[in-house]
Design a protein around this ligand. Structure first.
Ligand code: URA
Length: 475
């Protein structure tokens, strides 16, 4: 007698588990089962597969379910059969699963590893295009991706957590995953490759071309981490052959223009500007009236070769007294959210658009005031000096004043938050909310996740570049 359980394209694992439980609990041997993937070929006998017997309880070793969930997504020939055979074999032999010398277990592990690799690639190479409609209260994004295996349901939760603050659709050749208004859904529909392009793509390409460092090019590592089959969906991919072809010439050019002294590892760039005459000394700055009341100018801090520069508004009360950026309450909130988002503050250069504290005295207290446009303009010279020295691949603007200083656009943050905009010098600027705004709104406003999500995104953008063999910035 042949049993032929049907496995649907969605809910494959659950269907496999229900059928496997019924079959195994009735001791049906593996060679009497022909697993039928929906839409797959029907075997000789399977058309009239016998009805499944009633299930009874079975127990499986811990670890099997997790392995089975992954392997069920595999397109490899015989994956479901192998899984069932191992299920039968590991009843009463809990140690079997950890025996890597067993050929069934070795193969099962290999299949699971391929699934995890496929998921890793999807996490790294999904590129969202902004398709937001004017006036929509959530931003909307669309992406096309072709996974090797049937991993959509395994990976949906990752994208839901990572991009929970926007609506998105990821289309694969067989499944459409939708995240709308906080609900994740899957639909098994056949789709053709989407031809997606938008202005963010141009910006991303400019960014990629700018941060591509020919001296650090490792073609083998780049191709193993970013195999060619993913290139067709990556906006930057059509630049890669040209960048590789020119790499040698560009390295020669960089060597010809190399500085004669090793680069400074200055932590306080503005304190080390080459000529500390009055015009170049930030501590003597009188470009605007703010210096009169502030204790001192507060410059940025961080590695001089940081890939990311975080720009706030201006020092607050604590920063004005200590002379260091983001060490007061807003800085502490930033540090906590950064840590939760996996963003390494110590690896970033952290500074402000305006270097002096602007406040109004009220009794013993000094009440923060937003800098105006002329103060932001007057201070741009210092911010520009920092950007020139650090050459970050990505700038993060915390709040409106920073966004104005970096992009020239002083419009409200609410509509811009989470967007990558083009900075005044062409560098990408990720616009996000200021931690002080989160403190003012209070925890019930739920704004923390916005900053966390944007910091995660910044980390991912840099990780994607590093994965592509780009681990630094041209200098
Ligand atoms: N707010 C800022 O924008 N910068 C700081 O350094 C501190 C608070």
């Amino acid at each position: 007698m042949i049993y032929a359980p049907h496995l649907p394209r969605l809910g494959t694992f659950e269907a496999w588990r229900t059928a496997a439980r019924a079959l195994a609990s009735n001791d049906i041997p593996a060679d009497q089962v022909e697993w039928m993937m929906e839409g797959g070929q029907t075997g000789l006998f399977a058309q009239d597969g016998a009805a499944l017997p009633a299930p009874r309880d079975i127990s499986v070793p811990s670890g099997f379910v997790q392995l089975a969930r992954q392997v069920c997504a595999s397109r490899a020939e015989g994956a479901h059969e192998l899984l069932y055979r191992v299920l039968l074999r590991c009843r009463g032999n809990a140690a079997l699963l950890s025996n890597r010398a067993d050929p069934d277990i070795a193969r099962l592990e290999e299949l699971a590893k391929n699934i995890r690799r496929d998921m890793h690639k999807m996490k790294a190479f999904v590129r969202f295009r902004d398709v937001s409609k004017p006036g929509a209260n959530r931003r909307q994004f669309l992406s096309w991706f072709e996974p090797d295996h049937r991993i959509e349901e395994l990976i949906g939760g990752f994208f839901q957590r990572r991009f929970g603050d926007m609506d998105w659709v990821i289309v694969t050749p067989e499944v459409t995953m939708r995240f709308e208004g906080g609900d994740l859904s899957f639909e098994a529909v056949a789709s053709e490759r989407l031809d997606l392009s938008d202005e963010t793509e141009e910006l991303w390409k400019t960014y990629y071309a700018n941060i591509f460092n020919p001296a650090r090019l490792k073609i083998k590592a780049m191709q193993s981490e970013m195999p060619k089959k993913y290139w067709k969906n990556l906006p930057e991919a059509d630049l890669i052959p040209g960048l590789i072809a020119n790499a040698e010439a560009r390295v020669a050019q960089m060597q010809a223009h190399a500085p004669t002294l090793p680069p400074l590892r200055a932590e306080r760039i503005l304190d080390r500007l080459p000529d500390r005459d009055a015009a170049r000394d930030i501590h003597a700055c009188k470009r605007c009236p703010l210096s009169a009341a502030a204790t001192q100018a507060v410059g940025g801090e961080g590695p001089q070769d940081a890939m990311i520069m975080v720009v706030g508004e201006q020092p607050g009360d604590t920063e004005d007294l200590s002379g260091r950026p983001f060490v007061g309450p807003a800085g502490q909130l930033f540090d906590r959210l950064a840590e939760e988002a996996g963003f390494d503050r110590a690896a970033a250069y952290v500074t402000n658009a305006v270097k002096h504290f602007k406040f109004q005295p009220r009794g013993k207290r000094r009440i923060h005031q937003n800098p105006n446009t002329s103060e932001i303009e007057a201070c741009r010279v210092w911010l520009t000096a920092e950007i020139d020295a650090v050459q970050p691949a990505l700038l993060i603007a915390l709040g409106g004043s920073a966004a104005q200083a970096l992009t020239g656009d002083g419009s409200r943050i609410t509509a811009r938050r989470g967007r990558v905009e083009k900075g005044l010098d062409g560098r990408p600027v990720l616009v996000t909310i200021h931690p002080s705004a989160i403190l003012r709104a209070g925890p019930s406003a739920g704004l923390e996740e916005h900053l966390r999500a944007d910091l995660r995104r910044a980390t991912e953008m840099c990780a994607a570049l590093q994965a592509a063999g780009v681990d630094g910035v041209n200098r």
